[in-house]
Design a protein around this ligand. Sequence first.
Ligand SMILES: [Ca+2]
Length: 338
Amino acid sequence: MHMMRSDQTLPRRRLLGAVAATVGATLLLLPLGSLHGAVAADFFIAPNGDDANPGTAEKPFATLARARNAVREKVAVGLDRSWLVLVRGGTYPQTETLVFGPEDSGTERHSITYAASPGETVVLSGGRRISGWRKGKDQVWTAEVPEARSGKWHFRQLFVKGRRAVRARTPNLDDPVPWWKIMTSTCTIDALPPEDALITASVTGPVKGYNNPRDVELVYIENNAGSRKCLGTIDATAQTFTLAPPHQWNPRSFGTEWKLSVPSEGKACYLENALEMLDQPGEWYLDRQAGILSYWPRAGEDLRQDDVVAPAAQKTLPLIRTTIVFGWAARTAWIRLS
Ligand SMILES: [Ca+2]
């Protein structure tokens, strides 16, 4: 079996030293096409590993954070060669922010590389799995999310079998015309509205007395600029609703930019995030007050076994001030923000 040393096979890349002045996130996702067969790495990570392990091929770590800490110890005493961390295929939930800093960086002479095991798919998931699904009435299934009820977890995206689901909305995303228009609004583009304005508006579609009106959002679009605002109260009889302050408009107060961000008459719009809007496969709704997540599965989905994941970590690889070479193919990296 051909074994390769990381120093011999991996390009030596200059890490922190070359780019330390760059503030912001720099993350290279490069395929390691040159690695084939068994690879001699310094540390291994596997979904069935254990962070109490020594990180060898036979006894791998379980998390990137544990491997990062092991490498960090090597950096602290000074690198005398390059280091390779090999990540076995599988999904790695990132429930906390994974941070790489200067203390994790290679040097001008010696690189540090985190790479997917050749031919294997590595998924970094910033999400948390939701299980315990029960079929309710009709086609809608529900699962309890106690962290939502306690205010510790609020998510705006949901993925089922890796596919993004639709936050319940009306009109529906697949309707021939998937938006309404703002029909009337006390907010106009004649002058910049005050941030404490109580706006009353109506739309060209029917508005109901939704159970949790303050969770409902008006999404409106003009010139590809999307904005959203939470509703305040709904008057189903008058078919009007309020948009509660405070408001934050586009900060540029000159030109036309701020006019795009105000909910004025004529803009395309739809309403989102109410149980009453959950009326077709693929739509979901999180009742934060009750801590209940509802979802209508699409054809081919089985919630008793399929992965249902919502974003948990706010950021998974933030503020990397150094360049770290990640070896997994870009299309397999799955970094989710809420
Ligand atoms: Ca709907």
